[in-house]
Design a protein around this ligand. Structure first.
Ligand code: C2G
Length: 134
């Protein structure tokens, strides 16, 4: 059983996230998603439209996701890889090189991002629509 892990905020879930999760799952047989907590998002300088619980619920609806755990710190990855017997760590290639320090514990793979879609873009469009509707 090859176990895969990936990390992220996954706010305003979109097809870029879903394609990443599908490809991550296809690297093995079991996919763990470490989902950034609301507090860690602040550390990352990211705002989320949806709470951790809502983002967790939406991720769990995706067939490729087997387990969702919280991501509280930058430093927890080594412990997560060991605790969950991870064989493959994967992230989108906007993170290329950032997590190579894990390569003594597991395979580290960066995958191409899906262009032209982002949570920020969706939120801005939603904001624009609601302003226009007022
Ligand atoms: N992603 C993608 N295509 C997009 C947008 C995102 O493939 N159009 C990928 C990212 O590369 C990342 C994952 O989806 O691998 C989650 O993206 P974010 O929620 O933006 O995660 P991020 O803030 O990059 O968090 O410790 C690592 C961080 O928690 C990563």
């Amino acid at each position: 059983m090859r176990r895969v892990i990936t990390y992220g905020t996954f706010d305003t879930l979109h097809f870029g996230h879903i394609r990443l999760l599908r490809r991550a799952r296809e690297l093995g047989d079991y996919l763990v998603v470490a989902l950034s907590s609301d507090e860690f998002n602040e550390l990352k300088g990211k705002t989320s439209k949806f709470s951790w619980e809502e983002r967790k619920r939406d991720l769990e609806a995706i067939r490729y996701v087997d387990l969702v755990i919280p991501e509280h710190t930058w430093e927890q990855k080594r412990q997560d890889v060991q605790d969950h017997n991870i064989d493959v760590f994967t992230m989108g290639d906007d993170w290329t090189g950032e997590f190579d320090f894990l390569s003594d514990l597991c395979q580290v793979i960066y995958m191409p991002r899906t262009p032209e879609i982002s949570s920020t873009m969706i939120r801005n469009k939603m904001q624009g629509l609601s302003t226009a509707a007022e």
